[in-house]
Design a protein around this ligand. Sequence first.
Ligand code: CA2
Length: 158
Amino acid sequence: MPWQILVLNGPNLNLLGTRQPDVYGSDTLDQIMSELADYATSRDVALRTRQSNAEGELIDALHDARGWADGVVFNPGAYTHTSVALRDAISAIELPVVETHLSNVHAREEFRHRSLLSAVCLGVVGGFGRHSYVVALEGLLRHLSDRAATDRPGDDRA
Ligand code: CA2
């Protein structure tokens, strides 16, 4: 069975392609998700994509993922820097989550340097524009494959 992955996008990412192309590139979110879907098909992975501007809806999407997903690629947008509620949701679902950013947040304003979410995520990817999503997905898939290999019955590696 292919890996099942949720790709979740947070506030204002629906505006991609309309403003600030110098920071976020000129592609729309639909274009970025469609390129990622092509990559997922080539890797035999089933993707579901979702965007919401509402913190509660993002939390609900993470809770729902617990029932079907193997992992999550998550661009939490500005909630990265503010949301204890999203941090608690990521901890609660016990799924590997990759925090993903288009921009290099550490090269930007100081308030973007702090993430409340990174410590409860499997990893963090940022700064590669639309390619950040492909890099995040590939890292997540390799993690899942490694974990599946070490979890095999009769395999007593740590
Ligand atoms: O670099 C990223 O992916 C961010 O998650 C994007 C967020 C920002 O608050 C984070 O610090 C880093 C903002 C997304 C807003 O996207 C816009 C797109 C077009 C026009 C205005 C905003």
